[in-house]
Design a protein around this ligand. Structure first.
Ligand SMILES: NCCC[C@H](NC(=O)CCC(=O)O)C(=O)O
Length: 445
């Protein structure tokens, strides 16, 4: 078997809620304080994973984080027992408590940047957890993300794990949401496209005016260096600051690549033509640029439907399929665009729609929920087998969700110390199901 690309989806954690934590992410702010349904959220995510497995693709699972994050609450001065810490935080700093309760690690496109061994000078598969410094609730993820990745990709001969970048806005890094790889076949040397929102060390450069640019040029360059990419197979391109101001907080809200296809909106990049030229000059394969113009789909429709936050997957028969959220089927304009796209002369031949509404309401579509990892057969053999989806694991994980998850979390529920106990009990059991050892702080104390 040749090199394949696996999708590792984040399992939605037991405390999934809507806290309006992400300024610049339209859905997160619009749905702030809504009642969430963690059980449904996790089952929606698992249904997508199972469907991709059923299509004959390799599908992995990444464990969620421990929430609430008691260690962080103690670090900022809350004291006493775990329930006292929660009670004080709820009284004195409810927004900080909500941040420490967020299940945002479900969006594993932001877990890390991954470079397949075919692209790296040392022929290893590289992982750098994203530091996610721009949002407090996400900045508390990288340590445990690193623990989880090392437990899943646990073989030094094949996998190289780096420490996340310095925890500072100058090196703001959002992982694979701002990174896509173009290649002929998955096992060929590819072009890695790093998209950034601003420069941290150069003054007077274009940047958004209203919403934050989460990823810096310097962070993207650092990751490329650590992953031992040659200048021939790395391309750095600035996101159009105007679309960040319209709610495109990650590049994967407006562009997605797969193998030799780049599917993007005409307003996605700042210097589109120079970028296309550079990709063409560096690629030793033909790239299909599937460019969507504003008359076909507006930026607003792209942000509302997540047309570009779709997964483009290569099916076992070699054709490509788009894995899209239901929102794309429900918008007549976007649906008409997709109906036409599959009849055109591109490798994309079908579209499949999924209900991931619980995640969408926080600004995370199908592509946000997965981390892509291209693996040779030898590398795939070295992956923790308990984290690879199959019918038995799907059955185990759905029963586990049914047993432990609530179907309703309101803002007031965050004051309930029982939620912490339920969450830890669930996660302790999960680490056994996935055979990942003790990855959480509560398992180490
Ligand atoms: N790649 C999709 C990430 C979505 C994520 N949303 C959130 O964290 C919203 C959480 C809340 O508001 O409760 C974010 O903005 O980073």
């Amino acid at each position: 078997m040749s090199t394949i690309e696996a999708n590792f989806d984040g399992l939605v954690g037991p405390t999934h809620n809507y806290a309006g934590l992400s300024e610049g992410n339209v859905a997160s702010l619009n749905n702030a304080k809504d009642i969430s349904n963690p059980k449904q959220a996790a089952l929606q995510g698992l249904a997508k994973m199972k469907a991709l497995h059923d299509l004959g693709l390799v599908q992995g699972v990444l464990a969620p984080q421990e929430r609430p994050d008691i260690e962080t609450l103690k670090r900022i001065g809350f004291t006493g027992s775990d329930s006292q810490v929660i009670e004080q935080a709820y009284q004195q700093a409810p927004s900080i408590l909500a941040s420490c309760y967020s299940a945002s690690s479900m969006w594993t496109a932001n877990a890390a940047t991954v470079t397949p061994s075919a692209d790296s000078l040392d022929n290893k598969l590289h992982f750098t957890p994203a530091n996610l410094t721009n949002k407090f609730h996400r900045s508390i993820e990288p340590q445990v993300t690193g623990n989880v990745l090392r437990a899943v990709f646990n073989d030094e001969q094949h996998f190289s794990h780096h420490l996340h970048l310095p925890e500072n806005e100058h090196f703001g890094d959002e992982g694979a949401a701002n990174h896509t790889r173009l290649c002929g076949a998955h096992g060929d040397n590819g072009i890695e496209v790093f998209t950034f929102g601003r420069y941290a060390f150069k003054k007077g450069m274009p940047e958004p005016k209203k919403f934050p640019a989460r990823q810096t040029f310097e962070a993207s360059q650092a990751v490329a260096r650590m992953h031992q990419l040659d200048s021939q197979n790395a391309v750095f391109v600035q996101q159009n600051p105007d679309v960040i101001d319209q709610g495109v907080f990650h590049n994967d809200v407006i562009a997605v690549g797969n193998q030799n296809v780049l599917f993007y909106h005409e307003q996605a990049f700042l210097n589109e033509q120079a970028f296309i030229n550079e990709v063409q000059q560096k690629a030793d394969f033909d790239v299909h640029f599937v460019r969507v113009n504003n008359e076909q789909v507006s930026v607003q429709d792209a942000v509302q439907t997540y047309l570009f936050n779709t997964q483009i997957v290569t099916m076992p028969n070699g054709e490509m399929s788009i894995i899209a959220p239901m929102h794309c089927a429900n918008n007549s304009n976007v649906k008409a665009y997709l109906d036409e796209l599959v009849t055109q002369n591109t490798p994309i031949k079908s579209v499949k729609f999924f209900d991931v509404n619980e995640s969408m309401k926080n600004g995370g579509g199908p592509a946000c929920l997965r981390l892509r990892v291209a693996l040779t057969q030898a590398e795939l053999n070295a992956v923790n087998p308990q984290c690879i989806m199959n019918d038995a694991l799907y059955g185990q994980l759905t029963s586990w969700v049914e047993k432990h998850y609530r179907d309703r979390i309101t803002n007031q529920c965050l004051a309930d110390p029982q939620l912490l106990i339920e969450s830890r009990t669930a996660l302790d059991e999960l680490t056994q199901i996935l055979n990942i050892g003790s990855v959480y702080p509560f398992q180490k104390s």
